[in-house]
Design a protein around this ligand. Structure first.
Ligand SMILES: *[C@@H]1O[C@H](CO)[C@@H](O)[C@H](O)[C@H]1NC(C)=O
Ligand SMILES: *[C@@H]1O[C@H](CO)[C@@H](O)[C@H](O)[C@H]1NC(C)=O
Length: 599
């Protein structure tokens, strides 16, 4: 048995080697051709809420992600790849702009900690003067498209007109979710419902009674006449209705989610509302396949951002995927997402595009450890041995994500790189790989925008990681900096300044449907800033051991250096007010709602 399995493994290795050699030869033959003609196509595959521990090639031996694993075996797998935030909106913004989202207010503040855009009618999002990967590639004559989840602001005008969303940021076309999948999309959504909280109902009843009694008393005392009293009644009813609506449906009820956010859009138009979840992942994949096929032989290269709805809640799969995995509904979702990856990779292969298409795969942040379904089943991801998860911007499990680059024939094949890298590196790296000018040349209006990502193409090419020497990563949780990472010599130091209060014996903040950690708040976060915890991740990657002793020389030198860096950063980079911690983001404003005209 053992000999048999080891032999299949050797066979596999041999096969991978052969594929690598073949594609290198093909790449070498084709490369002169390419340089004369056009830069490579670019495909970004982004999973939602997928944990690094949910992927076969990152060490999971029971879940089946053969297509992501294949991508890794044909490309470069990054083991120390970092999201800039542990929540969707800010992390995705950072990927697309190569800048910390705090620089343009796409993070929550501690007073009103709303970590993502929660209404399609919200005025927030990536500001118009930021430059995204799509803006840059469009400037380089690429045809650009996003299929799937956006969640970076639709900026609709009055009556839901002119919802440019991704089209304002360099994408020529958009098909998908303006927001995100949310659990409520799968829930029943009655409008006439009473809040579960009986205190609120009692409050409403008491308010109604008090109002009616006051009107009666006023009538008897002669303050109002019969006619006045009668006309006060509708006023009272309206007030009562508004009060009821506010407590029942604001900020977001299933009804609002399904009538406002659960919309499928093509470009600026709503084409389906609410979204039919059945077969939804397959429809997105079909759309991307169509885009690839249409542009396979065009003069211009294409850029496709396929942004999966999976594996965010709610958990739904096509019938052929349901119950297939060993990990319940969540595992089924992961495997369905992987099937989508496979389908897109197959399309590239069938069209002969493998050698002139750069593919990048990642997840927007770590798995959501706390979330459970109504029956108590866990429906969130798994971050391997890294501590913490989603909404924990300073904890490794929240930000250490899978990251794979493949460009057959041009990048090494089946290689693993351990240098720390960021999702913010993707923009400058893609431009460099494609042989395009740097961003500030390509888009001159961006010349004053300082990038936080760097070109890591040398690392991908297997070169030395010296370019990373002295690099500092800031780890924001909402707008606060919870941790700092410094790459120096043989060390990758990580300093924790704050940490969410974990449920004892765990690295998460409880269990339940809406449960998630906080980045701020009394009793919810442990402030470590007066005596930060310091780890050397090269010696203790999972932060299992005792932190480096504050008495040691090493601690004093490193912490001093990091604190100085932070002081200079804060003096130099001023964060604008939050775009998320606003009433306009929290409260649904129907007069900005895009509606479906042909549904
Ligand atoms: C594989 O992923 C599943 C689903 O998240 C998880 O329950 C399981 O613990 C993981 N296994 C390993 C070995 O990491
Ligand atoms: C894009 O196309 C225009 C005209 O077709 C050309 O002048 C320009 O140099 C191209 N830009 C790049 C970056 O290739």
């Amino acid at each position: 048995m053992h000999r048999f399995s080891s032999r299949t493994r050797e066979d596999k290795l041999l096969w991978v080697l052969m594929v690598c050699v073949a594609s290198l030869i093909k790449g070498a033959v084709g490369s002169e051709d390419l340089q004369l003609h056009k830069p490579p196509n670019i495909v970004i595959l982004l999973a939602d809420d997928l944990g690094i521990g949910d992927v076969g090639c990152y060490g999971n031996d029971t879940i089946r992600t053969p297509h992501i694993d294949r991508l890794a075996s044909e490309g470069v797998r990054l083991t120390h790849h970092l999201a800039a935030a542990a929540m969707c909106t800010p992390s995705r913004a950072a990927l697309l702009t190569a800048r910390y989202p705090a620089r343009y207010g796409l993070v929550a503040d501690p007073i009103l900690p709303v970590p993502v855009l929660i209404q399609i009618t919200s005025p927030g999002g990536i500001p118009g003067d930021e430059v995204t990967i799509a803006t840059a590639l469009a400037a380089a004559n690429y045809t650009t498209a996003i299929v799937g989840k956006w969640h970076l602001g639709m900026n609709c005008s009055l009556w839901g007109r002119g919802c440019l969303g991704p089209l304002r940021h360099g994408f020529h076309s958009f098909f998908g979710l303006p927001m995100s999948l949310f659990q409520e999309y799968a829930d029943p959504y009655p409008f006439w419902t009473l809040p579960a909280d009986t205190a609120v109902i009692q409050g409403l009843v008491v308010a109604g009674l008090v109002f009616m009694v006051s009107v009666g008393v006023a009538r008897r005392k002669g303050v109002v006449d019969a006619c006045g009293a009668a006309s006060l009644l509708p006023v009272g009813l309206v007030v009562l209705f508004v009060a009821w609506f506010c407590v029942t449906h604001l900020p977001v009820s299933p009804w609002i989610q399904n009538h406002a956010n659960s919309v499928l859009m093509r470009d600026g138009e709503v084409v389906e509302a609410p979204i039919k979840l059945e077969g939804f992942s397959q429809r997105l994949v079909a759309e991307s396949r169509r885009f690839i096929t249409e542009h396979a032989n065009s003069e211009r290269p294409f850029f496709l951002f396929h942004s999966f709805g999976h594996v965010h809640t709610p958990m739904f799969t096509a019938p052929h995927m349901a119950g297939r995995s060993k990990h319940g509904r969540y595992g089924d979702n992961v495997e369905e997402m992987d099937e989508g990856v496979g389908s897109l990779l197959d399309t590239l292969t069938q069209l002969g595009l493998e050698n002139n298409t750069v593919v990048y795969f990642a997840s927007d942040h770590g798995g959501h450890l706390e979330v459970t379904d109504d029956d108590g089943q866990r429906i969130g991801g798994h971050n391997g041995r890294f501590k913490g998860g989603k909404r924990q911007g300073g904890s490794e499990g929240g930000i250490r994500v899978p990251g794979i680059f493949r460009w057959s024939g041009h990048l090494p094949c089946g290689v693993t790189q351990h240098s720390p890298t960021s999702m913010m590196d993707v923009l400058p790296t893609l431009l460099s790989l494609a042989g395009l000018p740097p961003l500030h040349t390509l888009v001159p209006r961006a010349s004053h925008k300082e990038l936080d990502g760097t070109d890591i193409s040398e690392i991908l090419q297997g070169g030395a990681a010296e370019s990373q020497e002295g690099r500092v990563f800031l780890h924001h949780c909402d707008s606060a900096i919870h941790a700092v990472r410094l790459v120096t010599g043989d060390h990758v130091y990580k300093m924790h300044l704050a940490r969410p209060k974990w449920f004892p014996g765990s690295t998460q903040c409880g269990w339940g449907r809406g449960v998630i950690c906080s980045c701020s708040g009394y009793g919810l976060v442990t402030d470590l800033s007066s005596r930060p915890e310091l780890y050397d991740l090269n010696k203790d990657p999972y932060e299992d051991k005792q932190p480096i002793s504050p008495e040691s020389e090493e601690y004093k030198v490193v912490v001093k250096q990091m604190r100085e860096y932070l002081e200079q950063w804060k003096a130099r980079v001023k964060y604008p007010p939050s775009q998320l911690s606003t009433l306009a983001n929290i409260i649904w404003r129907p007069w900005y709602q895009p509606v479906c005209h042909n549904c």
